[in-house]
Every structure is written in structure tokens, then in C-alpha cells.
Ligand binder design. Structure first.
Ligand code: ADP
Length: 270
């Protein structure tokens, strides 16, 4: 009956193997679907600016004798080219972030520095719409990570806060610490996000109001980039929002423990 025992074991293993294969099949089908959606979305996003570039290029020649028209078409060409460049850059950023589960070489970073850079990058946009940016809260907080990626993440939150604020609105960036986590909160008093959309805004290419968002020049990738960056840093991003009142997006990252003192700093008893 040793061989019977072995047979039963093999049968069980066989069943498990078949189950594993079936699970694997469902997972690979799901991934295929995700990939197909992604490619369909990319094609859709690229079609509009590519179409515009071709039309404008065709329109240039017949307008050659009219410098005013040529200037107008050239300006639009450069807007569409900038949009194409932005979509392409964001798609590449997102693919890189999704391919990596974690950071390869995290460094000790000052949160103040990250915020200062992200705020500076948004100053022109804020001034253009009369939005006031204020940063405050805990000073000298530190986290481990990739500075360039975290600056992009905070930048995206501030850029959205400005975009969806009324002219003359206020956007606040606050840092706090709780239970070993550093929070970076970006608050606006803008249009807000309906409850049913709050969990979906982090999805790739998701926009609440396609018409409104297209008008703002968004790609629907900004928050997805934030989510993947924060996840790669072992953190999370959450949204609180009320339609007509505003939104707060909070990034939470593990606080870097105070680095151990170097040997020179340790004073030995005499
Ligand atoms: P986009 O490039 O379109 O801004 P995001 O991924 O950054 O893409 O945001 C997805 C959608 O979430 C936006 O199109 C917008 O509808 C909504 N959204 C993001 N941030 C805010 C905000 N601060 N206030 C209101 N709606 C927002």
C-alpha cells in the first residue's frame, strides 16, 4: 500500500497542478486584457494630436502667403507637439514604474527639498490662474527613495490642485508625521471629485469629465504615476474630496529612521 499512497499523492498533486494551470491561465488572460486596454487607450490618446499635426502641416502650404495664418498654425503645431511629447513621456514613466516592484537604490531624502522643487515647478501655472500656493508643517522630515520620482509625484498633485481650482483659489501643501509615516497632503478648494469616482482617479487614462479634462490638457496618467511611485516607495496615496468644496490628496511614506551615527561621531568613554 506504499504504492497506493504514492498514487493518491500523485493524483492530489495532479489536481493541484491542473488548478494552478487554470489559475495561471485566468491571470494571463486578465493581463492580456489589461495590455490590450492599455494599447487601445494609448492609440486613442495619440490619434488626436497626430491627426491635428497632419492637418496643420497640410494647411501650412496653402497659407504660405499669409504670415498671420502661418504664425497661428505654427503655434498650434507646437502645442500639439508638446502634447505628444508629454503623453509619450508619461507612458514611458508609467511603464518603467510598473515594471519595477521596488526601488533599486533608495537614498536618504529631505522632504522639504522635494516639496520646494515641486512647488517651484508649478509657480508659473499658479501665477497664470492667480492661485496661491502655501507650504507648511513639519520641517526636516526624511524618507528613503528616489528624489526625481518623488518630485514628479508631488508635482502632479500640485498641478492637478491648480488645474481644478477656481481662479484665485488656494492650494496648501502640508507635511506631518504619525506612527512612523510621513504624510504630504495637497489640498485645494476646487471642483472636487464625486464619491463614485474617487477610487477610479488613480486608474490609467481615467478622467472624470472627458470634455472638461480634455480642455485642461490632461492625459489621465498623472495620478496613476503618483500611485505607482508611492507604491514603489512602500507607501500609499489616498484622496478625500467633496464636490464643490475641494480635494485633499495625501501621500504617506515610511519615515527614514535617524541614520546610525558614524564612528567619528561616537564619543567613547575616556
Ligand atoms: P489628468 O492628466 O487628466 O489630470 P490625472 O490622472 O492626474 O489625469 O487625474 C485623473 C482625473 O482625476 C482628472 O482628469 C480629474 O478629472 C480628476 N482630478 C485629479 N485631481 C483632481 C483635483 N485636485 N480636483 C478635482 N479633480 C481632480
Amino acid at each position: 500500500d506504499a504504492s497506493l499512497h504514492l498514487d493518491v499523492r500523485c493524483a492530489r498533486l495532479g489536481t493541484r497542478f491542473v488548478l494552478l494551470l487554470a489559475q495561471d491561465n485566468t491571470e494571463s488572460r486578465r493581463l492580456d486584457e489589461v495590455r490590450r486596454d492599455f494599447v487601445a487607450n494609448i492609440s486613442h490618446e495619440l490619434k488626436t494630436p497626430i491627426g491635428a499635426v497632419s492637418l496643420l502641416a497640410e494647411a501650412l502650404e496653402p497659407a504660405a502667403d499669409d504670415p498671420e495664418q502661418v504664425r497661428k498654425f505654427a503655434a498650434r503645431l507646437s502645442t500639439e507637439a508638446a502634447r505628444l511629447a508629454r503623453i509619450t513621456r508619461e507612458i514611458i514613466d508609467l511603464s518603467r514604474l510598473q515594471a519595477a516592484d521596488a526601488l533599486t537604490a533608495p537614498e536618504l531624502l529631505d522632504v522639504d527639498r522635494i516639496i520646494t522643487q515641486a512647488v517651484d515647478q508649478n509657480r508659473v501655472a499658479a501665477e497664470a490662474t492667480g492661485v496661491t500656493l502655501t507650504a507648511g508643517g513639519r520641517k526636516h522630515a526624511q524618507v528613503y527613495g528616489d528624489e526625481a520620482l518623488l518630485v514628479v509625484a508631488v508635482h502632479n498633485l500640485i498641478a492637478n490642485a491648480i488645474t481644478y481650482s477656481p481662479p484665485g483659489g488656494r492650494v496648501g501643501i502640508g507635511v506631518s508625521e504619525s506612527n512612523g509615516l510621513i504624510s504630504i497632503a495637497v489640498t485645494d478648494q476646487g471642483v472636487g471629485i464625486p464619491e463614485e469616482d474617487q477610487s477610479r482617479v488613480f486608474e490609467r487614462f481615467f478622467r472624470i469629465d472627458q470634455a472638461r479634462s480634455r480642455h485642461t490638457g490632461g492625459t489621465g496618467l498623472g495620478l496613476s504615476i503618483v500611485k505607482h511611485t508611492v507604491q514603489n516607495h512602500g507607501g500609499e496615496v489616498k484622496v478625500w474630496s467633496k464636490v464643490g468644496h475641494g480635494s485633499t490628496f495625501t501621500i504617506r511614506l515610511p519615515e527614514a529612521a535617524t541614520p546610525p551615527p558614524t564612528t567619528e561621531q561616537i564619543s567613547l568613554p575616556q
